[in-house]
Design a protein around this ligand. Structure first.
Ligand code: PHE
Length: 423
């Protein structure tokens, strides 16, 4: 819908009459010379329209009214009537042409109309229309409730498990360890044989391994030879070995690594400079039934130190300081069993927050039989643990709520990022 309002000029003429009418009024009192008439307000406009309407004539510089000019004041003047109509809001579209050409009315937009309707009302936003139209003076602005909660948005957030990875990496690096990496698909050689796990040992299925079809390559002949020796007769390790025939075919079997200790042994066999401190964070696989606290794939972190004069005390000391980085200051140890460490110990940390002992770390001193094939003569202390397990303690969630298709998205979006710091 098109709407019109009077312009400032239109308003003025409505109030003070149109200039051509005022001219006629003057002339009806007395004739005027053009130069006298020029002194009247808006003379040029008055002259133009009075002439157009054939109300005046000029003879020898004198202006006089014509016949129709004389009767003008007794009649209604159309242009003035139109102005009144526009003012009242009821107008005829066809009549607007003349008012528009004379710039006495202008089009108003719907926005302006809407803005006008706001007078006396309560409004929330200051709009350009409110300011332009001056209507802002006549409205009441709603007060802002600055305490109203905003719409919740979920920007990118680190997954709790990633956060724990980062924390572990940070702790190891802080303690002077370098990171090492290795493949997920391994040969039984690096996953087991290299660390003196006998080929018929129940540990091979204690770990419930995912075996793959096909065979992998064995490493350097010399290394294979040394491993074979140590398994069969102890080689130069000072042990008698397992006294079993070592089968390269078994060692070649491909599998998904069951621990990151395969990476540790690849590193040890690759040649290290003493002293040496390395760590590994990586995915591991175990063919066990999955439940609230177990998934068939998860992550391990492990570290080792190879140096002169290390003993069980050094191992316990390192584990203690490692735990303390996670806020666990009270640590207890218990002997356990690993085929490749002697002694082997488990460590428990006391969580003040949870009010209980948490078993997290499996560790030990690598057996000489597992080091001799690589010419390592210094003691090597090592420990490893499951990262999801640590994450479960930190975030007090079971693993399926954090990871995989059963994860609790609401929790992952809202969890307390700082929890790791507070732990
Ligand atoms: N490989 C062990 C595990 O799977 C961890 C470990 C690493 C233990 C190094 C002793 C030494 O739990």
């Amino acid at each position: 819908m098109i709407m019109y309002v009077l312009t400032e000029e239109g308003e003025k003429y409505l109030k003070n009459k149109l200039p051509e009418i005022n001219l006629v009024k003057e002339l009806s009192k007395k004739e005027l010379s053009v130069s006298e008439a020029k002194k009247l307000e808006n003379f040029n406009i008055a002259l133009q329209w009075a002439k157009k309407n054939q109300w005046i004539e000029i003879e020898n510089g004198i202006m006089k009214l014509t016949k129709s000019g004389k009767s003008t004041l007794e009649k209604k003047y159309e242009t003035e009537e139109y102005l009144k109509e526009v003012k009242s809001g009821k107008f005829d579209e066809d009549k607007m042409k003349i008012l528009l050409t004379r710039n006495l009315v202008r089009n108003v937009t719907e926005k302006e109309i809407e803005t006008k309707k706001l007078i006396g009302k309560e409004v929330l936003d200051v709009t350009p229309e409110l300011i332009k139209s001056g209507v802002w003076r006549d409205v009441k602005f709603k007060e802002y409730n600055v305490e109203f909660p905003g719409k919740k948005i979920y920007p990118g957030k680190k997954h709790p498990l990633n956060l724990v990875f980062e924390k572990i990496r940070e702790v190891f690096i802080e303690m002077g360890f370098d990171e090492m990496q290795g493949p997920l698909v391994e040969t039984a050689f690096w996953n087991m044989d290299s660390m003196f796990i006998p080929q018929d040992h129940p540990a091979r299925d204690i770990q419930d391994t995912f075996y793959l079809s096909g065979e992998g390559d064995l490493p350097d002949k010399k290394i294979v030879e040394n491993v074979k020796e140590v398994h069969e007769n102890g080689g130069n390790s000072g042990s008698k070995g397992w006294n079993l025939k070592w089968e390269p075919e078994i060692a070649k079997q491909l599998l998904l690594r069951t621990h990151t200790t395969s990476v540790t042994y690849r590193t040890l066999a690759g040649g290290i400079e003493i002293p040496c401190k390395r760590f590994c964070i990586g995915r591991v696989f175990r063919n066990e039934a999955s439940d609230a606290t177990h998934l068939p794939e998860f992550h391990h972190a492990e570290g080792f130190i190879a140096a002169e004069n290390l003993n069980i005390r050094s191992l316990m000391g390192f584990i203690k300081s490692f735990y303390s980085k996670f806020g666990l200051d009270e640590v207890k140890f218990k002997f356990n069993y690993n085929p490749y460490t002697e002694p082997s110990i488990e460590a428990f940390g006391y969580s003040e927050r949870m009010g209980r002992w948490i078993e997290l770390i499996n560790s030990g001193i690598f057996r000489p039989e597992s080091l001799a094939p690589y010419g390592i003569k210094v003691p090597v202390i090592a420990w490893g643990f499951g990262i999801e397990r640590l994450a479960m303690f930190i975030f007090e969630k079971n693993i399926k709520e954090i990871l995989g298709h059963t994860c609790d998205l609401k929790y992952l979006r809202n969890y307390d990022l700082l929890k790791l710091e507070k732990w």
